[in-house]
Design a protein around this ligand. Structure first.
Ligand code: TRP
Length: 341
C-alpha cells in the first residue's frame, strides 16, 4: 500500500532527468516534470539533474552550479517531494561516467549515427562537434541502466534515445548471457509531450530560441505571460470545431495542448467549450490558468533558492541514496564483465 513519506524500494523504478541549462520554461514543466509527480506514490523514483549532459554544449558551461540548484528548486516547487523521491546531481555520482564508458564500448557507431538530435545539434559542421555530444545518448542510457530503471517518463523528442537505450541493454544482456538490465519502458504521456514555440508551431519551445516571445519561462511575471499569450501566433481561421480541424494548424494545436495539459482536461472538451468563438476569450482563460500555475511554482522556487542550506541538504542526501544503489549495481556489472576486482 502507499505510505506517504516512505521511499519505495523494489523493482518498479522510475528514472528521469532535466539538464541544468537555465531559463526553465513551460516545455520543461509540461513536457517533463509535471508528469513525474504522480509516480511518487506508487513507485521508487529517481530524478536527476543531468549536468554531465549539459556540458556537451559550450554555452551551458557557465553557471552550472546555479542552474543545477534552479532545476532542483523547480522539481520541488512542481511537487516532487524529497521525502518520497531521490533528487540529485548527476556529476555527484561517478557511476554515470563509469557506466557510460562501459556501455560506449558495447554500442556500435552505426546506432549513434542514426540519432537525429545529434544531427540537429551538431549542425553543418559535424567535424567540430564535441565527442560528448555524439555519445550523449550513451550517457543517457547509462543514467537509466545504472539504477536498473523500469520506466522513463520523457518528452516525445527523447523517444529515439530511449529506443537506443533499450537496444544497448538488450545487446549487453545478450553479450554476457544475462538478464541483468531490465529493458526500460519509455512513458510519453500528458497532453503536452511536445510543447512548441509560441511563434512557430513546428519548432520546439526552447531556451535557446533568440526570441523570448517564443516561450513562457517559469520565472515570467504575470504581465509577461499575458502579453506572450496575446501575441502567440494563431491563424486567420476560426477556433477549431473538432480535433480533425487541427490538422495543419500547429500553433493552434499547441495552444490547445498547453491548455489541456495545464487544466488537466482532454483537448476535445476544450475545443467544444471554445468553438464558435474567436481566440480572444480562449487566450484570456489560458493566460489566467498559466498565471495561477506558474506564479505558484516561481514563488516557491524563489523561496527554495534563497534557502541554500535546505537545497544543499536535499541534493547531498539524494546523492547518497543514488550512490548506494549505483555502487551496488556497478559492482555487479564489473563482475559480469569479469573486470579484476
Ligand atoms: N536527454 C534528456 C533531455 O534532454 C535528459 C536526460 C538525460 C534524461 N539523461 C536522462 C531523461 C535519463 C531521462 C532519462 O530531455
Amino acid at each position: 500500500m502507499i505510505e506517504s513519506g516512505i521511499k519505495k524500494v523494489g523493482n518498479d523504478l522510475v528514472f528521469s532527468g532535466v539538464q541544468p541549462t537555465g531559463n526553465l520554461h513551460l516545455g520543461n514543466y509540461l513536457g517533463a516534470i509535471k508528469n513525474w509527480v504522480d509516480f511518487q506514490n506508487s513507485k521508487k523514483c529517481i530524478f536527476c539533474i543531468v549536468d554531465l549532459h549539459a556540458i556537451t554544449v559550450s554555452e551551458n558551461r557557465k553557471k552550472l552550479d546555479e542552474y543545477s540548484k534552479e532545476v532542483a528548486a523547480a522539481y520541488i516547487a512542481s511537487g516532487i517531494e524529497p521525502k518520497k523521491s531521490t533528487i540529485f546531481v548527476q556529476s555527484n555520482v561517478k557511476g554515470h561516467s563509469e557506466l557510460a564508458w562501459i556501455l560506449g564500448c558495447h554500442t556500435p557507431i552505426g546506432w549513434l549515427n542514426r540519432m537525429t538530435q545529434f544531427k540537429d545539434k551538431a549542425g553543418k559542421n559535424k567535424e567540430k562537434a564535441p565527442l560528448g555530444l555524439y555519445s550523449y545518448p550513451v550517457l543517457m542510457a547509462a543514467d537509466i541502466l545504472l539504477y536498473k530503471s523500469n520506466f522513463v517518463p520523457v518528452g516525445e523528442d527523447q523517444k529515439q534515445h530511449l529506443e537506443l537505450c533499450r537496444d544497448i541493454a538488450q545487446g549487453f544482456n545478450r553479450s554476457y548471457n544475462t538478464d541483468f538490465f531490465p529493458i526500460p519502458e519509455p512513458i510519453i504521456t500528458g497532453a503536452a509531450t511536445r510543447v512548441m514555440s509560441l511563434k512557430d508551431g513546428k519548432k520546439k519551445m526552447s531556451k535557446s530560441d533568440p526570441s523570448d516571445q517564443s516561450r513562457i519561462n517559469l520565472t515570467d511575471s504575470n504581465d509577461q505571460i499575458i502579453k506572450k499569450i496575446q501575441r502567440a501566433r494563431t491563424d486567420s481561421l476560426p477556433f477549431p470545431e473538432n480535433n480533425k480541424s487541427l490538422e495543419d494548424r500547429p500553433e493552434v494545436e499547441n495552444l490547445i495542448n498547453i491548455f489541456a495539459s495545464i487544466s488537466e482536461k482532454p483537448s476535445e472538451n476544450i475545443i467544444k467549450e471554445y468553438s464558435g468563438n474567436d481566440f480572444k476569450s480562449f487566450k484570456q482563460d489560458l493566460s489566467d490558468l498559466l498565471i495561477s500555475k506558474i506564479s505558484k511554482i516561481s514563488n516557491e522556487m524563489k523561496k527554495l533558492l534563497s534557502d541554500h542550506v535546505y537545497l544543499n541538504s536535499i541534493l547531498s542526501d539524494g546523492a547518497k541514496e543514488a550512490k548506494e544503489i549505483s555502487e551496488k549495481n556497478i559492482k555487479e556489472i564489473k563482475k559480469i564483465i569479469k573486470f579484476y576486482i
